[in-house]
Ligand binder design. Structure first.
Ligand code: C5P
Length: 209
């Protein structure tokens, strides 16, 4: 095909989002944060007062998600992330969202798609796959500092527990668990600045373009 896809996976709060946006800017590619698609389906259920444990109902909501109007700010709330990770274990929900994500991946001239299963399931033929990670302590610390930096209040221990619980759910599910694709380049950002992570990613991509 004429498009070039960069698949970026990794656990919550590893820095995938920032890195993906920087890469998309650098190469003039379209960017999709697939976490937002799970969040949008979850928010629609919560808003409608519908249960989070009915696969058929959740699939219907997933089919109605429009990739064009995913608003990061509205979907950022903690409860929505929790609900998203619950419906993300359902195969019918994943099938519906993966179809939409694959259509997005065909956009020219290229796409940067980030999530948990992009290199393994959504775009297994992507010419570049990155697995971005950092220790749970570092990820919790970054999330904590982000909240404090915005003038909010946060409890480090609660955030740390939350990061570990989310990892367990994402890595432990039967359908499309979070794991690096075989050909993925591992990028552990625990001791890297945002700029250093970007430069490391850029040299991997430049070698494949
Ligand atoms: O990345 P984000 O925190 O926005 O994702 C919310 C939840 O959606 C994740 O915890 C995960 O359970 C689910 N998800 C997924 N597959 C993806 C992206 C997100 O299962 N490709």
């Amino acid at each position: 095909s004429k498009t070039f896809t960069i698949a970026i996976d990794g656990p919550a709060a590893a820095g995938k989002g920032t890195l993906s946006r920087q890469i998309a800017d650098e190469y003039g590619f379209h960017h999709l944060d697939t976490g937002l698609t799970y969040r949008a389906a979850a928010k629609a259920l919560l808003d409608a007062g519908l249960p989070l444990d009915n696969e058929q109902v959740a699939e219907k909501m997933a089919r109605e998600v429009e990739l064009g109007d995913l608003e990061r700010d509205i979907l950022a709330k903690h409860e929505i992330g929790e609900a998203a990770s619950k419906i993300a274990v359902m195969p019918a929900v994943r099938r519906a969202l993966v179809e939409a994500q694959r259509r997005f991946s065909e956009k020219a001239p290229g796409t940067v798609i980030d999530g948990r299963d992009i290199g393994t399931v959504v775009c297994p033929d992507a010419p570049v796959k990155l697995y971005v990670t950092a220790s749970p302590e570092v990820r919790a610390r970054r999330r904590y500092e982000e909240i404090i930096g915005k003038g909010g209040t946060a409890d480090f221990d609660a955030i740390f527990e939350d990061v570990k619980r989310r990892d367990e759910r994402d890595m432990g599910r039967a359908d499309s668990p979070l794991k690096p694709a075989e050909e993925a380049h591992l990028l552990d950002t625990s001791e890297m600045s945002i700029e250093a992570a970007f430069q490391a990613a850029k040299s991997i991509i430049d070698a494949a373009l």
